[in-house]
Design a protein. Structure first.
Length: 515
């Protein structure tokens, strides 16, 4: 599978890369002089190949309007690709779709506007309610800081659910990186399964005994609250705050908004790119005017383009995102910094940060399911152990721990508990957030614990990017994190510095990107 490679500030003159072998040789020497080892010729060749392919696609799109629909493939074709195991090709198609620039011809838009084929995108930076912007012309536009598939910068915030031209009418959100999301979905589904089992056992016991049964929902050592099963089959979820009443973990979105990558992509395509897939139309059909628009059934956003995309588009992008590699932990190699790093990790745990930002989880399986929600739903899957891009988790067995328990599964290090926490009034939104799948609203001051892997390359920080440094982000914590914040403040400057040193090791592998 071709690999994305990136070294920041690499090369100039790349418009001519395909014109002569001497240019390619010059580029090779330039990269070597900037620190790429001579043994990485294959990586450089991959990067050049990806550049040539991307540039040729841009030339074709500029001269042939029909080429702009290349990434808008159909359901039957994508299902066939999955069935025949063309996973590398699927990844490449998804990569092209992630970087593809959209225009009016493909359905970019919201409401009646001048519809000129190939016209530049006219963004709506402040979204119109749940309908969205659009506010970008490609996924890459807001996910490239720090490298491919990275985060957004301070100028790339999204302003969700506004109603006029004033920023104060909208909810600001910082664009996170999108690496390792397939493994996050796997972890969420394993949590779901354990909660569903606990619920079913409690209901069964309540029915057998004729008495109410109160059960704690726990995944490993992570407490999600209590449920009470009634003898009549009812389930009392009033003691739950960390998770929605349907007991589904929603690992995507700052509030915990989406259960899976396909629904995340379905929404993102509409609100950021103005592109409505068939599965998006089906998901939100019950409240079409709020989530889709007041236009005709085949063009609810009223942009003059009907049947904009099949559900395969969102499944393809979800598959691409699921196969991306994970961020990494890279401790410093020189003394005394490696010792400071270890002390910083210990401080991170001692002051309570690791209680929510749980460093390690273990996955029992590595197959991600991607489901297209339609009247006749369809589903495909990706085995990340076989088809995930590097860096990928390694399945290992460390043997028994001090308590005699054998650790199994595939370890990942996302530094999150995937539950919601009350972070206090200072970080609260102006109002509660309604979830698009009809689950109970998320209170204004509650936030999903953000994964810290990749932290070093994803400034600014917090849900709205208000913190420019890691320390600012730590000191903004409140509510359930108040004690941990105060414990950090009580450290002396040297010990706080060690915590920050540790956090800056949560980074990504450098890659070569030719542009």
């Amino acid at each position: 599978m071709p690999k994305k490679k990136h070294i920041i500030g690499l090369l100039l003159g790349l418009m001519f890369i395909g014109c002569s072998s001497s240019v390619g040789y010059y580029l090779h020497q330039s990269v070597l002089q900037q620190g790429l080892d001579a043994g990485d010729d294959e990586d450089l060749a991959d990067a050049i190949f990806l550049y040539k392919r991307s540039y040729s696609e841009k030339l074709r799109a500029a001269t042939d309007a029909n080429e702009r629909f290349e990434t808008l493939l159909g359901d039957a074709y994508l299902q066939l690709l999955f069935a025949e195991g063309h996973m590398a090709f699927i990844f490449d198609l998804g990569d092209e779709g992630f970087e593809a620039e959209h225009d009016y011809l493909g359905g970019f838009g919201l409401g009646q506007r001048v519809n000129l084929a190939g016209a530049p995108a006219m963004n709506r930076r402040i979204h119109e309610g749940e309908l969205g912007g659009p506010d970008a012309s490609s996924c890459r536009a807001c996910h490239f800081s720090g490298g491919p598939d990275g985060a957004g910068t301070s100028t790339q915030k999204a302003f969700f659910r506004g109603h006029d031209q004033m920023i104060d009418s909208a909810i600001a959100r910082d664009a996170p990186h999108v690496m390792g999301l397939g493994y996050i979905q796997l972890l969420a589904r394993e949590m779901d399964t354990s909660f569903q089992i606990a619920r079913d056992l409690a209901l069964e016991e309540a029915q057998l005994t004729g008495e109410a049964v109160r059960r704690q929902l726990k995944y490993k050592d992570i407490d999600f609250g209590f449920i009470t099963a009634k003898p009549d089959g009812a389930l009392d979820t009033s003691e739950l705050t960390a998770i929605s009443e349907d007991l589904k973990v929603r690992p995507f979105g700052h509030k915990g908004r989406h259960t899976d990558l396909t629904s995340l992509v379905d929404e993102a395509l509409q609100i950021h790119l103005g592109l409505q897939t068939a599965s998006r139309l089906y998901r939100q059909r019950a409240d079409a005017e709020t989530y889709l628009g007041g236009g005709p059934e085949d063009d609810p956003d009223g942009d003059g383009v009907s049947d904009e995309a099949q559900s395969a588009v969102s499944v393809l992008l979800a598959g691409y995102l699921s196969m991306l590699g994970t961020p990494v932990v890279k401790p410093p190699l020189s003394t005394p910094f490696v010792g400071y790093w270890q002390e910083g990790f210990e401080n991170f745990k001692t002051i309570g940060c690791a209680d929510c930002h749980v460093p390690e989880h273990r996955l029992g399986h590595t197959e991600v399911n991607l489901r297209a929600e339609l009247e006749e739903a369809w589903e495909v899957s990706v085995n990340l152990q076989e088809h995930g891009q590097a860096p990928q988790p390694t399945q290992v067995d460390f043997g028994a721990d001090d308590q005699g328990e054998t650790l199994g599964g595939t370890p990942i290090y996302p530094f999150t508990d995937l539950r919601r926490h009350d972070m206090g009034d200072a970080l609260a939104d102006p109002k509660d957030e309604a979830l698009p799948d009809g689950a109970n609203d998320v209170p204004a001051s509650f936030w999903l614990t953000r994964s810290l892997w990749g932290l070093a390359d994803t400034a600014p920080y917090l849900h709205d990017g208000r913190a420019t440094t890691v320390e600012e982000a730590i000191l903004a914590h409140g509510g359930e994190a108040q004690a941990a914040k105060e414990a950090y403040e009580n450290l002396n400057e040297e010990e706080r510095g060690k915590v920050r040193l540790f956090l800056m090791s949560l980074t990504r592998e450098p890659v070569v990107l030719v542009e």
